[in-house]
Design a protein around this ligand. Structure first.
Ligand code: ATP
Length: 324
């Protein structure tokens, strides 16, 4: 018999989708069932909370979709939840459905939303960091990052084949918003000649140094993060200023990196974080994000979860070494 105070949990995905979210949903449903807790999924993030749009969760159904990218709960950004009026409606939904706790899978904005919500709603909230950008403090890895890097690598490998056949310069733009993690990981592992990230702030000089000896007789691969201050177009025009004869193409991988089956790492991360979210609730935790550090699960208060703009020193050193 369930002796916990928590009998019914609401779950939703919010912000951008990322591979591994479905695996986390499955793990939440399974772990809740074992602990005799009912789970309902709210559709389209905070929008579903406001509109009372929810579906029952059964682990035997969810286990069929652990390998699928995206999120079966759909996701959205909600302007209405930014307003107190929207949050009050969400509170009514929770009361009407007798929800005792909420688990949200999303980015730092989603957790800021939960913090604002906690001012009028005192049930426990737990967060799972789901974003391909790997830009959240309190966790070494966010759900979806590894899959996005794998997708980027697969595509960059293909681009390299054709670049080498034509001795072309290819500028490949990868996602990551203000974070260079996807660019660093995909650039280093595909042997990119230059990797440009938002955090470095000295990409222009670096690029000039790299390109000045280019002789049009080999391929040259630049991986640039979408948030880099130069951007793919400017990088292309700077290269052409130095060498007007270059055969140069730009490829943007854009949303391809968000979709696709999650990697083994992200499936396991989703499963570990999903189970940890339920266990945290059972231990009486509230307003914390489940993270992973040194391969151990740990919790960080929402108040301390911030967007991470720093690339660690070891990665910088790798960039410098391979940039020589
Ligand atoms: P991603 O990293 O993929 O963008 P995210 O969770 O950071 O994910 P946001 O759009 O920043 O995405 O936030 C998701 C939703 O959280 C917002 O659409 C909004 O509804 C809610 N939210 C964000 N900040 C606040 C806030 N200060 N108060 C209330 N709600 C908020």
């Amino acid at each position: 018999m369930n002796t916990n105070k928590i009998k019914h949990i609401g779950v939703f995905t919010s912000g951008g989708d990322s591979p591994g979210m479905n695996a986390a949903l499955y793990a939440i449903a399974k772990s809740a069932e074992v602990n005799d807790i009912k789970v309902s999924g709210f559709l389209k993030g905070y929008e579903g909370l406001i509109d009372g749009d929810l579906i029952p969760f059964k682990s035997h159904e969810l286990k069929k979709i652990t390998q699928k990218g995206g999120t079966i709960l759909k996701t959205a950004r909600s302007k209405r939840f930014l307003e107190l009026e929207g949050r009050k409606k969400a509170l009514q939904t929770l009361k009407a459905n007798k929800i005792d706790a909420l688990i949200a899978i999303g980015g730092d904005g989603t957790f800021r939303g939960l913090l604002a919500f906690s001012e009028i709603c005192d049930i426990p909230f737990i967060g799972i960091p789901g974003t391909i950008d790997n830009d959240i403090s309190g966790t070494d890895y966010t759900l979806g990052f590894d899959s996005a890097v794998n997708t980027a690598i697969e595509n960059i490998d293909k681009i390299k084949d054709t670049a080498e056949s034509h001795n072309r310069i290819f500028i490949v733009e990868v996602m990551g918003r203000d974070s260079g993690y996807i660019a660093i990981h995909s650039g280093l592992t595909t042997g990119a000649d230059a990797i440009l990230i938002p955090e470095s702030g000295k990409d222009f000089i670096y690029l000039l140094n790299k390109v000045k000896n280019y002789n049009n007789e080999e391929a040259f691969l630049v991986v640039v993060s979408e948030g880099d201050e130069l951007g793919a177009e400017l990088v292309a025009s700077k290269i052409k200023e130095i060498n007007s004869d270059v055969d140069l193409r730009i490829t943007r991988l854009v949303h391809v990196q968000r979709g696709g089956n999650p990697s083994a790492f992200d499936r396991m991360l989703g499963i570990r974080m999903g189970v940890a979210a339920i266990e945290s609730l059972l231990q009486g935790k509230k307003n914390v994000m489940v993270g992973i550090s040194h391969n151990q699960l740990h919790l960080t208060s929402f108040k301390e979860v911030v967007k991470q703009h720093q690339v660690n020193n070891e990665l910088y050193e790798l960039l410098e070494l391979f940039g020589k």
